[in-house]
Design a protein around this ligand. Sequence first.
Ligand code: 13P
Length: 251
Amino acid sequence: MRRKLVAANWKMNGDKAANSALLTAFVQGIDTAAVDAVVFPPAVYLDQVASAVAGSGIRYGIQNVHSAEKGAYTGEISLGMVKDFGADYVLVGHSERRELFAESDSVVAGKVQAALAAGVVPMLCVGETLAEREADQTEAVVGRQLQAVLDIVGIDAFATIVIAYEPVWAIGTGKTASPEQAQAVHAFIRGLLAQASESVAGKCQVLYGGSVKASSAQELFQQPDIDGGLVGGASLLADEFVAICQAAKGV
Ligand code: 13P
């Protein structure tokens, strides 16, 4: 049985006071014996998150990383630094990184490979734009994004990697994919992995992201190939995020 995982992607939001209130509510409200919970704060707040969640079972990670070990990369953060703060996860290939910061499939694959080598779990984001969906290209796009990583790290690495399917048209729009739409793509993703290894495909946690709310979470999480959620806006609201974690626990 795959455990459910619910992740909070705070994106470029928050401040010390607001983070502190959110984290207190998360620690009190989330049952980490029943569900994996991960918080992705802006990097400058990693230490604050580390202290606030210590001993709670809530884990945390960084929203982006550089694949090099160290050196002259002004403004970048390495996996070694992330580990220094006790972080277990790194988001890789979020659509905002792909779109706004021109991250190619091969840059994304390099970051996944570097994270695995460093012992940090990559949460690999994939997903199509509205134009791609309307052109019936969803599977082609998601397949291409996954294949680029498979080609570099191989199938066995996917027993460790977490995949987040985030249709770009559902991110921050309030337009959640229907459970059926999401399940169809999740089944495609698992099927693609299964072509290389049934057992790895059975182990890989595949999350859905895109306007997940407490009101839509349960039905999404009941789908056979949806193993939890990557939550943006609703992860900045304590009650909403705790309720989403409860929904994951309940299925
Ligand atoms: P929203 O939940 O705000 O749509 O964001 C989803 C997302 O991009 C999480 O990574």
